[in-house]
Design a protein around this ligand. Structure first.
Ligand code: PEP
Length: 251
């Protein structure tokens, strides 16, 4: 298999330290004696990366952040630099999640700058893109996603330092998902666009699906040719659901 699936949990702003450590230990415990045939990643709130990384030490589960600043240090009250995430043990960072694009007005240009900062710090950037419901209804899904992809992908992106997450905004946290044909169409279009930027390496780029992925729909979504894993919100907060999704992948 050219692309090893990545199953990533986005814990968002949920859990206190004890909850996060228990969840991490639960996931690590389910990787024994045999981990699922996928890469596993959990992205807790930044302030919990340290205890989660400690809880996962020795397990195959990686840790990531949910955002980083464009600068490596300086007068940016409340912000977190990519190198700080790395210092605590993170290997990945989610960038441009639709909740950040909406809540914090993040643009493609800003996401691209953050991705540059992530790469400089040695983090894999998971760049999120996806259309709103109104955009899909207007037949604009492919155009919107294509524009976001081209605007957010940083110079220097490779299949190794970058992951794309296609997350239709209207599917996040709603229990609704696009049809399999719709997901396949968007993922195929992203791979084709990636080919223009990365050449043959686009075949190694991982493109995740995110938006109400759960144990009951994971198998069919993960079986699609250009779906290389999932970015999972709600279902990543339960050990059983997260691991059931991971085990739904053929690896
Ligand atoms: C997300 O926020 O990245 C996400 C996919 O959430 P959910 O799985 O809850 O839809």
């Amino acid at each position: 298999m050219v692309r090893r699936p990545l199953i990533a949990g986005n814990w968002k702003m949920n859990g206190l330290k004890a909850d996060a450590v228990a969840l991490a230990k639960g996931i690590a415990g389910r990787c024994l004696p045999q981990p699922p045939p996928v890469d596993l990643l959990v992205c807790p709130p930044a302030i919990l990366i340290d205890p989660v990384a400690q809880a996962l030490a020795g397990s195959p589960v990686a840790v990531g952040g949910q955002d980083c600043h464009t600068q490596s240090s300086g007068a940016h009250t409340g912000d977190i630099a990519a190198a700080m995430l790395r210092d605590l043990g993170a290997s990945h960072v989610i960038l441009g999640h639709s909740e950040r694009r909406t809540d914090h007005g993040e643009t493609d240009a800003l996401v691209r700058e953050k991705a540059v900062a992530a790469h400089q710090a040695g983090l894999v950037a998971i760049i999120c893109i996806g259309e709103t419901e109104a955009e899909r209804d207007a037949g604009q899904a492919l155009a919107v996603v294509g524009k976001q992809f081209e605007g957010s992908l940083p110079p220097g992106a490779t299949a190794e330092n970058t992951v794309i997450a296609y997350e239709p905004v209207w599917a996040i946290g709603t229990g609704r998902t696009p049809t399999l044909a719709e997901v396949a169409e968007v993922h195929g279009a992203i791979r084709a666009l990636a080919g223009k930027q990365l050449g043959a390496a686009a075949q190694r780029l991982r493109i995740l699906y995110g938006g109400s992925m759960k144990p009951s729909n994971a198998r069919e979504l993960l079986a699609l040719a250009d779906v290389d894993g999932g970015l999972i919100g709600g279902a990543s907060l339960k050990v059983e659901d997260f691991m059931a999704i991971a085990l739904s992948s053929n690896g």
